[in-house]
Write a protein that binds this ligand. Structure first.
Ligand SMILES: [Zn+2]
Length: 221
C-alpha cells in the first residue's frame, strides 16, 4: 500500500529500458529481467593471477553489453540501490542452480574504501550480496576484508601500474576459519585485477575454496 502510494507520487523507472515499472517490479522491468537471464555464465577452475577459483558465475558474461552497462551505471553513479538488490537476487538464483556442485559457508562482498562509501552512501557489492544471500541463505561477512583509503589516481596510471596499485589496497583484518568455503561478490569483473587482489589478501596465509560471482564478467564468447 505504502509502496503503491510512493510510486504514484514518484514513479519508478526501469534502469535498463527507462519504462515505468509496474507495482510488482523493483529496479528492473520483467522484460529486461528476461533479457538478463539470456546472458549468464557459470565456469569452473578459473585462474585469477596466481589464484585458481572453483567457479565464476556472472549474470551477464560480457560487461560490454549496453543493457548491463546502463544498469551498472545506475547502480554505481545514480544511487539506484533497488537495481543492485534485484540483480543480486538474479545472481542468487543462478548460484542456487549451480549449488549441486558447490556450496558456501560465507559471502564476502568486495569492499569499497570508506571515502567511496561516504561519497556513494553505500557499497553496491554489499547490496548485490544481500540479494544473493536472500536466495541462497548464506550469511554475509563484511567486516573481515577491507579496502584501504590510500587510492592513487587510477585513471592516469598504466594498466600494469594499476594492477600493482590495486594489489595493496585490500586487507584481511580478521582470521577466517580453515577450509571455509567462500563466495566473493563483485559488481563487475573487467581486468580481474580487483578480484586477484582480494584473493591475494584473503589467501595470504591459508588457502580457501573460493567462488567468484558478479553481475557482469569479461567473457566474450
Ligand atoms: Zn526494462
Amino acid at each position: 500500500m505504502i509502496k503503491e502510494f510512493i510510486q504514484l507520487v514518484y514513479p519508478d523507472y526501469c534502469s535498463g529500458c527507462n519504462q515505468q515499472l509496474q507495482f510488482s517490479e523493483t529496479g528492473i522491468c520483467s522484460s529486461c529481467l528476461v533479457e538478463v537471464r539470456n546472458y549468464s555464465l557459470i565456469a569452473s577452475n578459473i585462474p585469477f593471477g596466481r589464484n585458481i577459483v572453483m567457479k565464476e558465475i556472472y549474470v551477464f558474461k560480457n560487461f560490454k553489453n549496453p543493457l548491463i552497462q546502463k544498469m551498472i551505471y545506475e547502480i554505481k553513479y545514480n544511487g539506484n540501490k533497488s537495481t543492485a538488490y534485484t540483480l543480486g537476487v538474479e545472481l542468487g538464483s543462478l548460484i542456487k542452480r549451480s549449488k549441486k556442485v558447490v556450496d558456501f559457508d560465507i559471502i564476502i562482498p568486495v569492499p569499497v574504501s570508506k571515502l567511496k562509501k561516504q561519497q556513494r552512501g553505500y557499497n553496491q557489492c554489499q547490496l548485490i550480496a544481500e540479494g544473493v544471500s536472500n536466495i541462497i541463505k548464506t550469511p554475509i561477512i563484511s567486516n573481515y576484508l577491507i579496502r584501504n583509503n590510500n587510492m592513487t589516481s587510477q585513471v592516469k596510471s598504466s594498466r600494469y601500474n594499476r594492477w600493482l596499485n590495486v594489489d595493496n589496497d585490500y586487507q584481511l583484518i580478521k582470521e577466517l576459519k580453515n577450509g571455509i568455503r567462500i563466495l566473493l561478490i563483485d559488481d563487475v569483473v573487467t581486468t580481474g585485477a580487483t578480484i586477484n587482489s582480494c584473493l591475494n589478501a584473503i589467501q595470504k596465509n591459508k588457502k580457501f575454496n573460493i567462488t567468484v560471482a558478479a553481475l557482469a564478467g569479461n567473457k566474450f564468447t
